[in-house]
Design a protein around this ligand. Structure first.
Ligand code: UD1
Ligand code: CA
Length: 465
């Protein structure tokens, strides 16, 4: 084995997962927004594996689709003849690899990169193979770790093949292994199906390596939670809950205050700056970055968005939007795709912004729709303003300059341009461009009818007689 060769990974993801009761293959079910197999691939990459071979079978196409964009290779296992058989299918891609091969199941999303690194280290220090182990009072159907009198690893025995004495073993096999690739390839052809399940067991490779006179390190892992394997929907929920807490904790440890972890969800690809405060019932997901000193929530949903420093978002929905430093929105703002706020922009209650850029210090405080628009700096848009961007055929653009003022309840019929320092009188329907510095008034002129109420009242009294 050449110590400098980067290790290679094999992820077993061909099983159906019957107990999920699903039309989809088990490993593509999501945990905190990522498919289980994506989590495993990410962890192996994080641990330094540059090549990863994914063994697919049941629902192969949807697994391939889910992993599009990841640097992985696929190999198909057409018949499910056991975990050993799955690795045999990957063997042609492992030929000539002079280093360590890590094998992991595809349904253990909580796996940690440090655990993989520990196994790599063991192989680097001379072990022919290494595996993680964990302890349970009653390990149920898991394979048992059998050690000799001196405590050295001897074999893994599947629960169905255990003697009654072996069944009492509390140390079990979570199915994370590292092999000297040469020993792995030598051992695979020696596997047989003479066992209780009539399958080729990958676990037998470890016994074979040991019997061949090589050191096998069975290393108890620190955190057994990482080996939660998902076989049914309830375990999927539990893995999701554990992952959610793990992500929240990572943010808390790096300086984010999360008031109520039980009601907060933060996705795996979210970054948040220090001193940001997250109130209850807040979901932040997708590729989102949030700056320092923000205040988010309660009841706020943020997806695929970029928020600067000091942003405040209360009870709002923000998707594919950008909010500059010290801008704010809510309560009840709908920041739709393409909303782009510069610094210190203020978006108030019941305001919807879509595909529109707003310059710094502009305010849109109440009950307004701004769509397909460009607004300058320090402009004030009054309550109830609507950009009429759609004429039933196409979307049209509204431009509003800087230092302008749009009076309440104005209707801006696009395409239309309002200049800098322009003013729109309240209640106007604006259908023509407004030059810089001009005031537009587009509404019926008010008329007062003197004494009108007395006449109306007497008509009413007659009618009621
Ligand atoms: C395996 C281990 C067992 C361990 C347990 C931990 C063997 C023989 N036993 O059990 O010691 O305690 O994992 O969960 O390895 N797969 C394929 N092709 C196959 C069979 C399985 O790709 O032909 C994949 C599955 O999709 C899954 C993984 O391998 O991701 C493990 O398979 P599973 O059937 O869950 O493992 P067990 O055999 O129950
Ligand atoms: Ca099995």
């Amino acid at each position: 084995m050449t110590s400098g060769t980067p290790p290679v990974g094999v992820v077993l993801a061909a099983g159906q997962g019957t107990r999920m009761k699903s039309d989809k293959p088990k490993v593509i079910h999501p945990v905190c927004g990522l498919a289980m197999v994506e989590w495993v691939v990410r962890v192996l990459a994080e641990a330094g594996l540059e090549r990863i071979v994914v063994v697919v079978g049941h629902g192969a196409d949807s697994v391939r689709e889910r992993l599009a964009g990841y640097p992985v290779e696929f190999v198909e296992q057409t018949e499910r003849k056991g975990t050993g058989h799955a690795v045999m299918c990957a063997a042609p891609l492992l030929q000539g690899h002079d280093g360590v091969t890590v094998v992991s199941a595809g349904d253990t999303p909580l796996l940690m990169a440090d655990t993989v690194r520990t196994l790599l280290e063991a192989c680097r220090s001379g072990a022919g193979a290494a595996l993680s182990t964990a302890f349970l009072e009653e390990p149920g159907s898991y394979g048992r770790i059998i050690r000799d009198a001196g405590g050295a690893f001897e074999a893994i025995v599947e629960a169905k093949d255990c003697t009654s004495a072996q069944l009492l073993t509390k140390e079990w096999n979570p199915a994370l292994y590292a092999f000297d690739n040469k020993l792995l390839l030598e051992s695979l052809p020696k596997l047989t199906t003479s066992n209780a399940q009539g399958e080729y067991y990958l676990t037998d490779v470890l016994g074979l390596v040991r019997a061949g006179g090589h050191r096998v390190d069975a290393l108890p892992a620190k955190d057994a939670e990482q080996f939660i394997g998902v076989n049914d929907r309830w375990q999927l929920s539990e893995a999701g809950a554990a992952m959610r807490r793990r992500i929240l904790r990572r943010h808390a440890e790096s300086g984010v205050t999360i008031i109520d972890p039980d009601s907060t969800t933060i996705g795996p690809d979210v970054s948040i700056g220090v001193d940001t405060l997250v109130h209850p019932n807040t979901i932040i997901e997708g590729k989102t970055s949030i700056g320092k000193g923000c205040e988010l929530g309660p009841n706020t949903w943020i997806k695929d968005s970029q928020l600067g420093d000091g942003v405040r978002a209360y009870m709002s929905h923000i998707e594919r939007a950008e909010m500059g430093d010290n801008s704010r929105c809510g309560p009840f703002a709908n920041m739709r795709p393409g909303a782009r706020l510069a610094e210190k922009v203020k978006i108030g209650n019941f305001v919807e912004i879509k595909n529109a850029s707003l310059g710094s210090e502009t305010s849109v405080s109440h009950l307004t729709y701004i769509g397909d628009a460009e607004v300058g700096q320090r402009t004030n848009i009054g309550a109830g303003t609507i950009t009429c961007n759609y004429d039933g055929f196409a979307k049209h653009k509204t431009s509003i300059g800087s230092d302008s003022f749009v009076g309440s309840n104005s209707t801006l019929v696009a395409p239309v341009t309002l200049g800098d320092e322009s003013f729109v009188a309240a209640g106007s329907v604006v259908t023509q461009d407004v030059p810089d510095g001009a005031m537009a008034i587009g509404r019926g002129r008010q008329e007062n009818k003197e004494g009108w109420f007395t006449r109306w009242r007497s008509q009413k009294q007659k009618a009621n007689q």
